[in-house]
Design a protein around this ligand. Structure first.
Ligand SMILES: Cc1ncc(COP(=O)(O)O)c(C=O)c1O
Length: 398
């Protein structure tokens, strides 16, 4: 066998969080433990029928859709996106130049890093955050400045704490609200205005990852960055069908913003992929152009799960807030467990109870002391999970 090393950038990446958790999960299955998986943000509910029907019909009856797709997205797909953005946020985009189809937003975020970053560039990323931001930046050879997301600051970054010399060298800032993993939302739109002002001042590309824009509760509604003056000059916004329509396995999303800012990603992707299949894009058309009742139903299910699970956890001494969006709860460990650290607790929970959660530390240094629970199992299983976590907690109190 030849002795050949993978690239240095790849080797220096820590092993992907979900790979480590998956290993413990597989061991639990091997031991015939009854696993309740609240680990990955992988929706358990089915894709709405009208979207599935559109896919089946298209694949069966329109064989042209079996050919290579239009990589930047077919015009119909891009037009439906701009109509949806207009209706949902009152934001006007040019479907020809300001929307790019993605094979899921994770793909787009990874390729954004490759398209924009050179070794030594700085990227500003929340801590904790969705791991693809820092993994994508590291793969591109960039350096990272983490912006702490602290509970006492409502998990929003403080732009005034970014050192001047880092701001001068920064090329990209990632923001993601409603937020994974903290489930925080932006309540005061001055935050977005400040972010735009900061990025304009320092010539930084502002990325708003709006993967959870539709999963919000009660009267709270998430914004698009393009609702705020000047955003088009500095920002790109990423969207995903995965959570909004329970289409995580379908791999479909988009990025939108000014032509000049999108074009490098389109160019980069043109060398590597052919885009999302045409039949997927047409299913996306069905998803966005029909009434959005299904989305409201999906959000209502997560809201109910969030309320049940967070109140149950509070009763047994875990710090679980009620949230206004996402499919996660970000739970502070009780005093009797906190000293062991979130990774050890997550491992023990799997081994001793079969309940899978994601350790907060895996999302960044400031994630320590927390675990993330994804609300992705059948309603009645949450009750079982709470009983097991309660028993586990009592054992460690002794
Ligand atoms: C904040 C955030 N952005 C993007 C993604 C990726 O979504 P997609 O399935 O569209 O690649 C996720 C998935 O969990 C996420 O949490």
């Amino acid at each position: 066998m030849i002795n050949i090393e993978p690239s240095k950038n790849l080797v220096k990446l820590p092993s992907y969080l979900f790979t480590t958790i998956d290993k413990s999960k597989r061991e639990a299955y091997d031991k015939n433990l009854d696993v309740i998986d609240l680990g990955m943000g992988n929706p358990d509910l089915p894709t709405p029928d009208h979207i599935v029907d559109r896919l089946c019909d298209t694949v069966k009856h329109h064989h042209n859709t079996h050919r290579y797709p239009q990589a930047k997205g077919m015009p119909k797909f891009r037009k439906v996106i701009t109509k949806w953005m207009e209706k949902r946020f009152g934001v006007t985009l040019d479907s020809e130049n300001e929307v790019l189809a993605l094979i899921g937003s994770k793909e787009g975020i990874g390729h954004l890093c490759m398209s924009y970053l050179d070794p030594g560039d700085y990227v500003l990323i929340g801590d904790p955050s969705y791991p693809v931001y820092f993994n994508g930046a590291l793969l591109a050879g960039a350096r990272i400045h983490f912006m702490p997301l602290l509970e006492e600051k409502s998990f929003l970054p403080d732009f005034t704490k970014i050192p001047e010399e880092i701001a001068q060298k920064a090329k990209i800032m990632f923001l993601n609200y409603p937020n994974n993993p903290t489930a925080a939302v932006v309540e005061d739109n001055n935050f977005w205005k400040e972010a735009i002002k900061f990025c304009k001042k320092y010539n930084i590309l502002l990325i708003s990852d709006n993967a959870y824009s539709e999963l919000t509760f009660g009267s709270y509604k998430a914004s698009s960055i393009f609702e705020f003056p000047g955003a088009k000059d500095v920002a790109l916004e990423f969207y995903s069908f995965s959570k909004t329509f329970n289409m995580a396995g379908w791999r479909l999303g988009w990025v939108c913003g000014a032509k000049k800012l999108i074009y490098p990603i389109e160019k980069f992707k043109s060398f590597l992929d052919y885009g999302s299949p045409t039949f997927m894009q047409l299913a996306g058309v069905a998803a966005l152009s029909e009434e959005q009742n299904c989305v409201r139903e999906i959000a209502a299910i997560y809201e109910k799960r969030m309320k049940n699970m967070s109140s149950g956890l509070r009763k047994i001494g875990w710090r679980a807030r009620e949230t206004k969006g996402t499919m996660y709860i970000w739970v502070g460990l009780p005093d009797c467990l906190i000293k062991d650290g979130s990774i050890a607790i997550a491992e023990r929970l799997i081994k001793e109870t079969g309940v899978v959660v994601s350790p907060g530390r895996a999302f960044g240094e400031h994630g320590e002391g927390y675990v993330r629970m994804s609300l992705v199992t059948h309603n009645r299983r949450f009750h079982d999970a709470l009983l097991r976590i309660s028993k586990f907690t009592k054992m460690y109190k002794i």
